[in-house]
Design a protein around this ligand. Structure first.
Ligand code: PLP
Length: 386
C-alpha cells in the first residue's frame, strides 16, 4: 500500500475485540498474567504498552526500519540513543544543528566523557580527518534547521559504514512521507514528533526507528531502562495527527513554496533559504533523496531593524518557538532556538541577527502572504519614521 493509505489506517485494524477504528487508549500500567511463566505480551507499561506499541509499529513500518520506540519528547529520544555511548566515545555531528541537541551534547554528554566534533557533513574529507579510533557514530540533520543545508544521506552512510560507524539521521523536518533515511543506508532515525508527525502544536513526543535486530534489541533495552517513554494518551494523540500527515505535508510544501517565492522578490529581503528553490545549493541532492520539501524555510532581511517590528506586526502568523504544526509560526533563531550555541559558532553557520525562520502552516497561502506583506510594510514605515 502507498504511504498515504498506511498513514490514514494507523491502528484502524489493530483492535479485534470491538473493531474500534480508532485504536483505544489503554490507560493501564500493569497487565494480568494468565499464569506463572505466561504473559499476554504486556507486563508493565514502561517496557511495552498497547497504545504505544501500535504507534511504534507504525513508525517502524513508515520509516522502513525494524523497530520503533516512542519517547516523551524529541530530546528524550536523542538521550535514549546517546545512552548507547560510553565515556571516551566520539561523535561526528552536523555543524548547523538543532540547538537543543547541541546543548545536550555539550552540557550533558560531555559530563559523561562523550565528545563531539561539528562539521559540514557534505565535506567527507573533513569528516575523515575528524574520525578517530574512538569515533562511534555520525549524527546528521537534513535539511538543517534553520539554514536548510542538505546532506547527501547515501554518501554519508556509505562513508560511515566503511569506517564502522553508525549513522543517525534526525528526520524531523521531512518526515517519512518525504524522506526515508533507512532506505538510503541509515541505522537509526530520530524524530521530534512534536513537529510534523503530531502536526497540531499540541503534543510533545519523540520517535526512534532502528534498522537491524541487534541494534533494535539494544535500543529496546535503553528505552525501557531510561524510561523516557511516551504515555498512552499522547501516543493516541500522535497517531491521530499522523493519519493526516500526507495531506498536511503536501499543503505545507505548497504554501512554503508560494511564500518563499513571494519573499524572494521583496525589497527588504536579502536571501531565502529553501531547498525547493532551484538555486539552493542542496536542491539537486534534496530532489534525489526526498520526494518533496518541508514547510520550513529561513530568510534574511537586509536590515536587522526590520526584525523586531515584523515580529510585532504579524497577526495570522504567530511569533512562537516551534515548527511543523498546522498554524504558521515565525521564530528568531539567534535569540530563541539557537541561543545556547555560542555566538561565534552561530555566526559561522549563518544564524545571525537578521535571520528569521518561518514554519509555514496550512492556512491559505494568500492570507499568509497578506499578513507578511502588512508586517513588512509596517516595519518599513517605522524604520523610515525613526
Ligand atoms: C524540536 C526538535 C528536536 C527536539 O524535540 P522536542 O520534541 O522539542 O524535544 C530535535 N530535533 C529537531 C530537528 C527539532 O526540530
Amino acid at each position: 500500500m502507498k504511504i498515504e493509505s498506511r498513514l490514514a489506517q494507523i491502528g484502524s485494524q489493530n483492535e479485534p475485540v470491538t473493531g474500534a477504528v480508532s485504536f483505544p487508549i489503554y490507560q493501564a500500567t500493569a497487565f494480568r498474567h494468565p499464569k506463572l511463566g505466561e504473559s499476554t505480551g504486556f507486563d508493565y507499561a514502561r517496557t511495552k504498552s498497547p497504545t504505544r506499541k501500535v504507534l511504534e509499529d507504525a513508525a517502524a513500518e513508515l520509516e522502513s526500519g525494524d523497530a520503533g520506540f516512542a519517547c516523551s519528547t524529541g530530546m528524550a529520544a536523542l538521550q535514549t540513543i546517546f545512552a548507547m555511548f560510553k565515556s571516551g566515545d566520539h561523535l561526528i555531528v552536523s555543524l548547523d544543528l538543532y540547538g537543543g541537541t547541541y546543548r545536550l551534547i555539550e552540557r550533558i554528554l560531555s559530563k559523561f566523557g562523550i565528545t563531539a566534533s561539528y562539521v559540514d557533513t557534505n565535506d567527507i574529507d573533513a569528516m575523515s580527518q575528524l574520525c578517530t579510533p574512538s569515533t562511534r557514530a555520525v549524527l546528521i540533520e537534513t535539511p538543517t534547521n534553520p539554514l536548510m543545508m542538505i546532506t547527501d544521506i547515501e554518501r554519508v552512510c556509505a562513508w560511515a559504514k566503511a569506517k564502522g560507524l553508525l549513522t543517525i539521521v534526525d528526520n524531523t523536518l521531512l518526515t517519512p512521507y518525504f524522506q526515508r533515511p533507512i532506505e538510503l543506508g541509515a541505522d537509526i532515525v530520530i524524530h521530534s514528533a512534536t513537529k510534523y508527525l503530531g502536526g497540531h502544536n499540541d503534543v510533545l513526543a519523540g520517535l526512534i526507528v532502528t534498522k537491524g535486530k541487534e541494534l533494535s534489541e539494544e535500543m529496546a533495552f535503553y528505552h525501557n531502562s531510561l524510561g523516557a517513554v511516551l504515555g498512552a494518551q499522547d501516543s493516541w494523540l500522535l497517531m491521530r495527527g499522523m493519519k493526516t500527515l500526507a495531506l498536511r505535508m503536501e499543503r505545507h510544501q505548497h504554501n512554503a513554496t508560494a511564500v518563499a517565492n513571494w519573499l524572494l522578490s521583496h525589497e527588504a529581503v536579502e536571501a531565502v533559504y529553501y531547498p525547493a528553490l532551484v538555486d539552493h545549493p542542496g536542491h539537486d541532492v534534496q530532489s534525489r533523496q526526498s520526494s518533496g520539501n518541508t514547510g520550513i524555510f529561513s530568510f534574511r532581511v537586509k536590515d536587522a531593524r526590520y526584525v523586531e517590528p515584523i515580529l510585532r506586526h504579524i497577526k495570522l502568523i504567530a511569533f512562537a518557538e516551534s515548527l511543523g504544526g498546522v498554524e504558521s509560526l515565525m521564530t528568531y533563531p539567534a535569540v530563541q532556538t539557537h541561543a545556547d550555541i555560542p555566538e561565534d559558532i552561530r555566526r559561522q553557520i549563518g544564524v545571525d541577527d537578521r535571520l528569521l525562520r518561518f514554519s509555514v502552516g496550512i492556512e491559505h497561502a494568500d492570507d499568509i502572504i497578506a499578513d507578511l506583506q502588512q508586517a513588512l510594510e509596517a516595519a518599513k514605515r517605522e524604520i523610515n519614521e525613526a
